[in-house]
Each structure stands twice: as structure tokens, then as C-alpha cells.
Design a protein around this ligand. Structure first.
Ligand SMILES: C[S@@+](CC[C@H](N)C(=O)[O-])C[C@H]1O[C@@H](n2cnc3c(N)ncnc32)[C@H](O)[C@@H]1O
Length: 229
């Protein structure tokens, strides 16, 4: 059996790495030891437990593997997560942002039921059944300023949703991490056009694009755009 040499990630605090022939693997420290969320491997490490973080299931993990310029998660205590689904990525974020709070908005009733089951014992996640197109509808539940918005809703109006939520919730200087899916599967040129258009919309709304991370290796037709208010 391959022996795991696990270390702290050099940039992303709270993330752990091991090197393999196939590349780097990522882990987070399991906030609820013994419990896996989506069938991920649990690995004992020092006096705690890690959860393997699958970049094919989580675009945030895919982004980290592409070595972004900065740790955009650092000092982010209050997060708004749009498109929480059944909890794969938000649970890893909850392992990382242990002192903060993450509001997870999800529009599908089926997914929110699974999300609630999966993360009920995680005190730093607040699941919200809501439509990210209408940010005011969940304003009553969100009682703190937001440092970070993570969005992965796979909708055609993704930039528009990001702008609405960022205008309303994101604090000045706050960071947005937006997974952009191009609707085009077969044309590289067409995909690029979609990404550029979505970025232009953010810029026109006053947001500064900090970085674009191509995550095609793990998530077809996706890039991650990081912006600042
Ligand atoms: C690609 S999946 C998200 C996967 C998830 N981010 C993860 O990595 O664990 C997209 C999710 O966004 C949700 N969604 C789509 N449109 C939405 C909207 N307008 N408001 C909130 N959630 C939405 C879908 O129901 C789906 O669960």
C-alpha cells in the first residue's frame, strides 16, 4: 500500500496535501470525525482526521490545485455560498473556516433536504432554501456582513446573480469566487467568449477581477473567476 506523506498546504491554511504519481491530493481536517459526506476517504493524521477533497466533485478543490495567486479564503469568517447542493464543497469550506459562519443557499428542495441531513452537526453552516436570483428573500436569515461569496449555480445568468448578491451582501473589499460554466461544450472560442462576457458584466458593475483560474482539467467547461468589491 502507498504510504501517505501528508503536509500542510503551503498557501491554503487548513488544507493538507499529499503527493502521488497522479498528482497532488487535497484534504481538510474533518470537523465531525468519523463522518463522511459524499463517500470521501477519511484518513487519520496526527491526532485528528482528514477528509480527502475530490477536485472532480468540488470546483473549489480544482481551483486550489491550479495554484491561484493568493489564499482567497484567508481571514474570511462570514461566507455566503450560492448553490450549496447536498453539501460536498460547503462541508470542506466548513472544515477550513472553523471560526466563522457559512450561509448555504440552495433552490432545490430535494438538495436542501440532503444538505440539512449532511451538515446538521456542523455548527458553522446555516442551510437556506432560497433562490439566489432574489437575494432580499433571505436577508432575514443573514445577520452579519459577508467577507466571501462563493457561487456555483450553473445558470446562464451567473454574473448577474453574483452582482445582485455581492451588491447587497458583500462588504467593501470582500471577495467573490465565481464558478463560470460556459454553455458551449464543443467550441473553445465560444467558451472563451462566454467567460469574457461574464467578466465584463462584473467589471461594469464595479467589481475588480483579481484572477481567472482555468479548471477544465477537473470540471469541463468551467473557469473560476475571483473578484473584489
Ligand atoms: C453544480 S451544483 C453545485 C455543487 C456544489 N457547489 C458543490 O460543489 O458541492 C449547482 C447547484 O446550484 C443550485 N442552483 C441552481 N440555481 C440556483 C439558484 N437560482 N439559487 C440557488 N441555487 C441554485 C442547483 O440546484 C444545484 O444544486
Amino acid at each position: 500500500m502507498e504510504k501517505l506523506e501528508i503536509r500542510d498546504h503551503p498557501i491554503f491554511k487548513g488544507v493538507y496535501v499529499s503527493h502521488h504519481e497522479q498528482g497532488m491530493k487535497l484534504y481538510t481536517k474533518n470537523l465531525i470525525p468519523g463522518k463522511a459526506i459524499y463517500g470521501e476517504k477519511l484518513v487519520p493524521y496526527k491526532d485528528f482526521e482528514l477528509r480527502e477533497w475530490d477536485p472532480f466533485r468540488s470546483k473549489l478543490a480544482a481551483m486550489i490545485l491550479e495554484r491561484p495567486k493568493h489564499n482567497y479564503l484567508e481571514n474570511k469568517n462570514s461566507c455566503l455560498y450560492l448553490g450549496a447542493a447536498s453539501g460536498t464543497t460547503i462541508s470542506h469550506l466548513s472544515d477550513i473556516i472553523i471560526k466563522g459562519i457559512i450561509y448555504g443557499v440552495e433552490v432545490s428542495e430535494r438538495s436542501i433536504r440532503q444538505l440539512i441531513q449532511n451538515v446538521a452537526d456542523r455548527p458553522n453552516i446555516i442551510p437556506i432554501l432560497g433562490n439566489a436570483n432574489f437575494p432580499l428573500n433571505y436577508a432575514k436569515v443573514i445577520f452579519s456582513e459577508i467577507d466571501l461569496i462563493y457561487q456555483d449555480v450553473a445558470q446562464p445568468n451567473q454574473a448577474e446573480i453574483a452582482i445582485k448578491n455581492s451588491d447587497y451582501y458583500l462588504k467593501e473589499g470582500g471577495i467573490g469566487i465565481l464558478a463560470i460554466k460556459s454553455q458551449s461544450i464543443d467550441s473553445v472560442v465560444r467558451s472563451r467568449e462566454v467567460y469574457e462576457k461574464e467578466k465584463e458584466k462584473l467589471q461594469e458593475a464595479g467589481y475588480k477581477i483579481l484572477e481567472t483560474v482555468n479548471i477544465h482539467k477537473h470540471a469541463a467547461n468551467h473557469v473560476i473567476v475571483v473578484y473584489k468589491k
